[in-house]
Design a binder for this molecule. Structure first.
Ligand code: ADP
Ligand code: MG
Length: 267
């Protein structure tokens, strides 16, 4: 995708090793302001490691990570991050969980709580703010965990398989809910999934990662018009995109990391 504006986030020649093990080798990726990028790849190919590096939780081995042109490598708190196993604290209410970030860093103020409550209510969680996590369904708990990341107010959000554990019907509702929030709040999103349908449905671009070492294999523009409704899951453009991605993930070419053909998809 052409980047007209300066990138919001720029990952440049990022490498990450753990001892002698190379988890990521030379990953470069620019993300435009407001873009929704899905990262797709087999288990173990370094998706979570990429997020841990971008979020500042890791001391990176090599490379640069720029947010609005500023190097944020090794600086936590600059981007919002929902971890792959992001759990709610059972002894805090929904609102207490949503304001957790502020509570941990500087103490949640009355204004933090009011703002979080307003945001959560706007996105359908208003009736649950005083509930405890155990009273909620799995889907609702994930909405609360997502709302915690959203309420932290960062321009860039990293979401690591947020819907991975949900059944497919709950998941579709969650995807539409997330797209509505993304549209209305103008956030820049990086979203890890290993569900090909989910990646295509959500993304402006899909980044396919390959393992050993973790690296970018292909990047596809998803030119399917928005807003996307469920019907688009069976449209010819969608099915064609899915077939291309499946070919990439499973073909011999993928195993050997041979660059793929031009994969831009017509609308
Ligand atoms: N802190 C760490 N120390 C050692 N090895 C790690 C660490 N974090 C991740 N790895 C290894 O790096 C590889 C990529 O892991 P990960 O990023 O979690 O993959 P993915 O999220 O794509 O499933 C795996 O082989 C994993 O065991
Ligand atoms: Mg992972």
């Amino acid at each position: 995708m052409p980047l007209e504006a300066a990138p919001k986030l720029s990952v440049q020649h990022l490498s990450q090793s753990f001892g002698s093990f190379r988890a990521l080798g030379d990953v470069s990726l620019d993300i435009a302001p407001g873009e929704f990028v899905c990262i797709l790849g087999a288990s173990g190919c370094g998706k979570s490691t990429l997020f841990n590096a971008v979020s500042g939780l890791l001391k990176i081995t090599a490379g640069r990570i720029l947010l609005d042109g500023r190097d944020i490598a090794g600086k936590p708190g600059e981007v919002g991050y929902m971890l792959q196993k992001d759990l709610l604290l059972p002894w805090r209410t929904v609102l207490g969980n949503i304001t957790l970030g502020a509570s941990l860093t500087r103490g949640a103020t009355r204004a933090d709580r009011a703002h979080a409550a307003e945001l959560a209510a706007h996105y359908g969680l208003g009736d649950f703010l005083r509930h405890y996590p155990r009273a909620l369904s799995g889907g609702m708990r994930q909405r609360v965990a997502l709302m915690r990341t959203i309420a932290a107010g960062r321009d860039v959000m990293l979401l690591d398989e947020p819907f991975g554990a949900l059944d497919s019907q709950t998941r579709i509702g969650m995807q539409q809910w997330l797209l509505q929030i993304w549209r209305e709040l103008n956030r820049t999103v990086m979203f890890v999934t290993h569900d090909v349908d989910e990646a295509i449905f959500l993304a402006d671009r899909v980044v396919v990662m390959l393992p050993k070492p973790g690296r970018i294999g292909w990047i596809l523009d998803i030119a399917i018009p928005r807003p996307r409704e469920m019907e688009c899951l069976t449209s010819p453009a969608f099915v064609d995109t899915k077939r291309r991605i499946m070919d990439m993930l499973y073909s011999q070419a993928t195993l050997h990391g041979v660059p793929g053909p031009d994969l831009s998809v017509p609308a």
